[in-house]
Design a protein around this ligand. Structure first.
Ligand SMILES: N[C@@H](CCC(=O)N[C@@H](CS)C(=O)NCC(=O)O)C(=O)O
Length: 204
């Protein structure tokens, strides 16, 4: 297997956290998305969406999407179980992962991309959309804040892939100036998540 990623990016981090949690090491090529290395024909042949990360499997198949990659890694290395054990637990984890990704992570990313224009070489930029997305991310953070008053992790008392997503998204939001850690339950949760082996220093 070979991983193509940009480790500092939030989706690069999601896979990085999963690898660390499971104690897996994979040969890795860093693709500098800031320098546009993901926009070349050579990279697009690996992923037509031109995004990182991509996991090249031993049979040559190019597996993109950080959650798909994480599921594949869980298949190879089941412990610790990040996607849940039975169908009921798996369904609850899936629900929280999608909420973390769709309601918070994607809005935090849009807020950054559209308020800074960092990728104006490859996409249209709409600063007003950046402001709206930041507001949507803050609203989502309030829903997580209420849920975390009663729960240690998103899907209950066990760390899961949903926490990998929200932990990486909160790190990204904090690093890009979207402050939602004034929510006390969310701040305490963030500290718990970042104490995990997967979030050790170089994954942050
Ligand atoms: N849904 C994809 C999203 C991948 C994605 O958006 N990756 C970002 C880095 S976090 C990227 O490659 N950005 C480069 C660009 O937009 O040109 C996943 O989960 O892997």
């Amino acid at each position: 297997m070979h991983l193509y990623t940009y480790s500092p990016s939030p989706n690069g981090k999601r896979v990085g956290v999963v690898l660390k949690e499971k104690g897996i090491e994979i040969a890795t090529t860093e693709v500098d998305i800031l320098a546009g290395e993901n926009l070349t024909d050579e990279y697009r042949a690996k992923n037509p969406m031109s995004r990182v990360p991509v996991l090249e499997l031993d049979n040559g198949f190019m597996l993109a999407e950080s959650i798909a990659i994480s599921r594949y890694l869980e298949g190879l290395h089941p412990e610790p179980r990040l996607f849940g054990a039975g169908f009921e637990e798996q369904a609850v984890i899936e629900m929280w992962n999608r909420r973390a990704e769709i309601n918070f992570f994607l809005n935090a990313a849009a807020a950054f991309r559209h308020s800074t224009g960092i990728f104006q070489d490859r996409e249209s930029v709409c600063p007003e959309w950046g402001e709206i997305a930041a507001e949507l991310a803050r609203t989502a953070a309030e829903a997580f804040e209420a849920h975390l008053a009663e729960n240690e992790f998103l899907a209950g008392d066990r760390f899961s892939i949903a926490d990998v997503t929200l932990g990486c998204a909160l790190t990204f939001a904090r690093n890009t100036g979207l402050d939602v850690l004034d929510n006390p339950n969310l701040a305490a949760y963030f500290a718990r998540v970042r104490a995990r082996p997967g979030f050790a220093k170089d994954a942050s």
